[in-house]
Design a protein. Structure first.
Length: 234
């Protein structure tokens, strides 16, 4: 599902460049439920952004679901993301003028040709799956942090993408709701989806089938690969 080879992301800064990711090579299979762990600033969010095409590597290859996303234009990337990836952001990114239900419906307006009743029915089913069936008509400003997070999770599933990228999806949830979301992700993986989840929760990390630890932009325990300094930095 995901193949990253020699992926490096460099940001300019001060006297020397900052390596947010440094020669990262990983393979993630279809239907894997995998965790990314590491301290703040270790490169976890940058890694998710590279996988989703939100950001591009300075060098290295990124192949997701059979597509070399580095070859796509921005317009092609946007269309590709709508059909291939559900992204759960740390900061929710809900539209404040739309209800929770309308926020979940929104991705369906741009991708699949659902009829209006189908969109609403699917969105309600997704809100129910995250325990928000009775809050569908709330606006985000009147929802708690946990309710916003669960809405963001439901929205990420709207177009039935094969890959879910989640940046701290349980960070704003209490332990009961966090466990509920973990079980939901487990069910999704069993049904055929691939899930990559960044987490700081040690108990949650222990429950995951596989975890990758990032430290200073490197995958711990991986074999180092020679750095191609001569390649153009994007």
């Amino acid at each position: 599902m995901i193949s990253l080879v020699n992926v490096t992301k460099i940001f300019p800064g001060g006297e020397q460049p900052y390596y947010a990711l440094d020669n990262v090579t990983i393979e993630i299979a279809k239907q894997e439920f995998i965790g990314i762990i590491g301290k703040s600033g270790s490169g976890k969010s940058t890694l998710l952004n590279i996988m989703s095409g939100i950001d591009c590597p300075s060098f290295g290859s990124v192949i997701v679901n059979g597509t070399d996303i580095s070859l796509l234009s921005q317009a092609e990337l946007t269309k590709w993301r709508l059909n291939n990836i559900g992204i759960i952001f740390q900061s929710f990114h809900l539209i404040p003028t739309l209800t929770l239900l309308e926020n979940v419906i929104l991705p369906m307006e741009f991708a699949y040709p659902f009829k209006r009743k189908q969109k609403k029915r699917r969105a309600m089913e997704l809100l129910d799956s995250v325990g928000l069936a009775d809050k569908w008509n709330l606006f985000p400003d009147f929802a708690s942090g946990g309710e916003k997070q669960r809405t963001a999770i439901a929205r990420a599933l709207a177009n039935d993408p094969p890959l879910i990228l989640a940046d701290e999806p349980t960070g704003n949830l209490d332990s009961e709701n966090a466990f509920h979301i973990y079980l939901l992700f487990e069910r999704l993986a069993r049904s055929g989806k691939t899930i990559v989840m960044v987490t700081h929760d040690p108990d949650l990390a222990k429950s995951l089938p596989r975890t990758l630890q990032l430290k200073d932009g490197e995958i711990m325990g991986s074999k180092p690969v020679p750095r191609h300094e001569e390649m153009e930095i994007k």
